[in-house]
Design a binder for this molecule. Structure first.
Ligand SMILES: [Zn+2]
Ligand SMILES: [Zn+2]
Length: 276
């Protein structure tokens, strides 16, 4: 089914829980940096957004500046978050920073961006695809999901980002990897974590939502809650493809979206409504 077909039922989506105001470098939080994100959220009908810059740029995050942004935008819920990954160089410092600032953070995403190479995220497009060349894809998938379980076990994440990111360049496992995915999702459930529905996959070579339809079905069966996310690296990408996401959610009967405040999960029923 094409996600672009009109659907009889859709939802009004109001949150985006994966955004990168700093992009890919340290840019200290200021009102000048952040206000365009608030403006963009409002234009797109969002009421609740989380800033989740990469942990290696934690030096740019300023909680006082976020408080000023909240004061200026009382109609929006603005969450302090971060995306912790498995960067072999920087993540130890990131983890330490998260533990130190846990009480001022609302939300921590956990991600796997690194496989064997310490110097390159495998999800760099297009260069990261070279990490798959000449390798057994099934082995890479097993290794990837093992790393996902490690980050889920860290005890300092609330939600897992793009849980099947390993498909980004379009590599598909040859064997049935259902059991490793199933085990990973059971583990996510045991740890009481959420996972995200991320539209970012639609702008990558794989051109597919994160996660796949099968993972969405399994997650629903297991009662794993969902956040919704664009992984925006520019305020112009906020809520990107959310009308298409709303159709997908309607197709699968996903009727709840969760948000976080000081790591407390709040489940919201989504309301039927017009596409944005
Ligand atoms: Zn990520
Ligand atoms: Zn991200």
């Amino acid at each position: 089914m094409s996600g672009n077909q009109p659907s009889a039922v859709s939802y009004r989506l109001f949150s985006d829980y994966h955004t990168h105001p700093q992009g890919h470098r340290v840019q200290p939080y200021t009102l000048a940096l952040l206000q365009p994100w608030a403006d963009s959220a409002r234009v797109r009908g969002l009421a609740d957004i989380a800033f989740t810059d990469h942990d290696r740029y934690h030096k740019g995050i300023d909680f006082d500046e976020l408080d000023r942004l909240r004061e200026k935008n009382p109609d929006l819920r603005i969450r302090a978050g971060i995306e912790l990954d498995n960067d072999p160089v920087h993540s130890a410092a990131g983890r330490e920073w998260i533990e130190k600032h846990w009480d001022r953070l609302d939300f921590v995403l956990g991600s796997v961006h690194f496989l064997d190479r310490a110097d390159q995220m495998f999800d760099s497009v297009p260069n990261g695809a070279a990490q798959f060349e000449g390798r057994d894809v099934d082995t890479i998938y097993l290794d990837y999901f093992r790393r996902v379980r490690d980050i889920a076990a860290s005890g300092i994440v609330d939600c897992l980002a793009h849980i099947d990111l390993v498909k980004i360049h379009g590599h598909r496992p040859r064997a049935e990897i259902g059991s490793i995915v199933n085990e990973t999702l059971d583990f996510v459930r045991t740890r009481n974590l959420a996972i995200e529905l991320s539209t970012a996959g639609w702008r990558k070579p794989v051109n597919e939502l994160y996660p796949s339809d099968r993972i969405i079905e399994l997650s629903i069966e297991k009662g794993i809650p969902f956040t919704i996310a664009s992984d925006a690296h520019s305020h112009a990408q906020l809520a990107e493809n959310f009308p298409r996401l709303a159709q997908k959610m309607a197709t699968f009967g996903v009727r709840n979206v969760c948000t976080f405040e000081k790591h407390q999960r709040v489940v919201h029923p989504v309301c039927p409504g017009p596409l944005l």
